[in-house]
Write a new protein. Structure first.
Length: 157
């Protein structure tokens, strides 16, 4: 009888542990943030205006293929990572505020994980870093943490 009570107690304990593990599992995926991630297109993103006087939000490949278009502009490289929550917030804000990007500003989105050589070139060690460069690609300024167009504009040298 004692042996069966021990077995019964073991089964009961395992049931409690299983119930605890299940109840402490991560949140239901349906309840988590399911907003789509912001994406940067291969073509310059500008607001739909008739005076065509806005700045742009582009990816690095697009910037690199049309350097001459940006020789007189303030160019800010935004080193971001898809997995970075503040980077996601910043990208979303930038895309929602295209009309606020000054006409002489190009925000260039650089993939932090895939751009190791650029990170080395500009001394970038963490995602969500901004590097303002001149027409020759030299560093004019560097900072981190901006999440709005106005914050970037406030940092420009």
């Amino acid at each position: 009888m004692f042996k069966s009570q021990s077995t019964l107690l073991t089964i009961f304990s395992l049931g409690l542990v299983t119930a605890l593990v299940v109840s402490c599992s991560p949140l239901d995926p349906v309840a988590t943030n399911t907003a789509p991630e912001a994406t940067i297109s291969d073509t310059p993103v500008t607001p739909e205006t008739t005076d065509d006087r806005a700045g742009v939000l582009i990816n690095y490949a697009t910037y690199e293929s049309s350097l001459d278009q940006f020789s007189d502009a303030d160019v800010v490289l935004f080193f971001n990572a898809e997995w970075c929550s503040t980077c996601q917030q910043a990208r979303g804000n930038f895309e929602a505020s295209l009309r606020d990007i000054p006409e002489d500003l190009a925000i260039v989105v650089v993939d932090f994980d895939d751009s190791i050589e650029l990170r080395k070139k500009y001394g970038v060690t963490v995602q969500h870093t901004f590097v303002q460069i001149d027409g020759a690609g030299n560093v004019v300024g560097k900072w981190s943490g901006s999440v709005t167009v106005a914050e970037i504009v406030g940092q420009l040298a």
